[in-house]
Design a protein around this ligand. Structure first.
Ligand code: PLP
Length: 365
């Protein structure tokens, strides 16, 4: 029996009876940009994230760009970003005309730390983007006071972390703005592209609402040069239904993660480290193997699908060749790119499939 990496069709099927009437209502409402369905989801999502405000946008990359625009990051500025992240974190900075400055992560948690931020600090840095990678929250308890002491704005990339907490508080309102993606494969995935920002700051929320909508608060009155980046009502209607099951679905992921952590504890695999204050949501279950590609091939022979997040670090991408950064400059990111491999995990991975992954890993490692 083949084990898929993630089964999006099964996720849709479980929600179809509840979601289809809501989407149909939205389609038949005659309201196709922003409006009541988006407002209703924004309110529910803010509450879920323990934040005061949520603003629905077109995708996660736009959420990051809008947050940077809102804190006035532009040409000549620098922004600290993790050296190992999905490339969107870096691209958002570049698209504002600013320069990404990589921060090496803690190899065990895969996330950047307050010490890493201090070490990477240089003149011209205006903001930092901690990423809650793979659903593991970064150490916001240490990062916030450090960033404040350095005079930095904090934009969080929470595209993989819907529902995770640091020290008992949900990710969503620690930093100045928190950026979310509803790309279908994320824990809170839509049926297409979508994104949001959350924040506790009323001024930030107000500015983001303008920036996502042509810089306009009132129709045909444009106060600042904004984007057109809005969450679709029909996606919002679907996301409202999915949000109601998110904790349950995250708990299913956590059960699989505990099984893997227990089953693989005596192997040579390097397992994900969960910080004591972290309550992760296991967007991905990422382990390290010195011969990653051989390990992946042996798992594939047994029908277990795996992926690599991510095989090429941003600094090594052709898109960033002009920065002249080499693997020797960012050895942690370079080594992670060579060794990480993601095992199947998701709310629709059955107990049998989970055991098949366990057995296959134990004989392939
Ligand atoms: C998915 C993702 C994004 C981008 O989200 P999109 O909605 O695809 O634009 C940004 N950062 C991280 C860490 C992501 O995983």
């Amino acid at each position: 029996m083949p084990v898929p990496f993630l089964d999006l069709k099964a996720a849709y099927d479980e929600l179809a009876d509840r979601a289809e009437p809501e989407m149909l209502k939205s389609l038949r409402s005659g309201w196709y940009i922003l409006g009541p369905d988006v407002a209703r989801f924004e309110e529910a999502f803010a509450t879920y994230c323990e934040a005061r405000f949520a603003i629905g946008v077109a995708n996660g990359l736009d959420a990051l760009r809008l947050a940077l625009m809102a804190v006035d990051v532009g040409p000549g500025d620098k922004v600290l970003v993790p050296s190992n992240t999905y490339i969107a974190t870096w691209l958002a900075v570049s698209q504002c005309g600013a320069t990404p400055v990589p921060v090496e992560p803690d190899a065990a948690t895969h996330n950047i730390t307050a010490d890493g931020i201090r070490a990477a600090m240089q003149p011209g840095v205006k903001a930092v983007i901690p990423v809650h990678l793979y659903g593991q929250p970064a150490d916001m308890g240490a990062i916030m006071p450090t960033a404040r002491a350095l005079g930095l704005k904090v934009i969080e990339d929470a595209a993989q972390a819907h529902g995770s907490s640091w020290d008992g508080r949900r990710i969503g309102g620690h930093g100045d703005a928190v950026c979310w993606s509803f790309y279908p494969g994320k824990n809170l995935g839509a049926l297409g592209d979508g994104g949001a920002l959350t924040t506790d700051c009323p001024k930030m929320a107000d500015k983001l609402r303008m920036l996502r909508n042509y810089g306009s608060r009132e129709k045909y009155k444009n106060e600042i040069p904004g984007l057109n980046s809005r969450l679709d009502p029909v996606q919002a209607a679907f996301l409202s239904v999915k949000l109601a099951v998110l904790d349950d679905w995250n708990a299913r992921r956590a059960a699989i993660a505990s099984r893997y952590l227990e089953a693989f504890q005596w192997t040579d695999l390097i397992l994900p480290k969960v910080a004591a204050q972290a309550d992760p949501v296991w967007h991905l279950f990422v382990v390290r193997h010195p011969d990653r590609d051989g390990f992946a091939a042996r798992l594939a022979e047994r029908g277990v699908a795996t992926l690599v997040h991510y095989p090429i670090a941003p600094h090594a991408q052709a898109a960033y060749a002009d920065m002249g950064l080499t693997d020797a400059d960012l050895p942690v990111a370079a080594q992670l790119a060579q060794q990480v491999i993601s095992l199947p995990i998701g709310p629709h991975l059955s107990a049998d499939q989970c055991e098949q992954v366990v057995e296959s890993v134990l004989v392939s490692v």
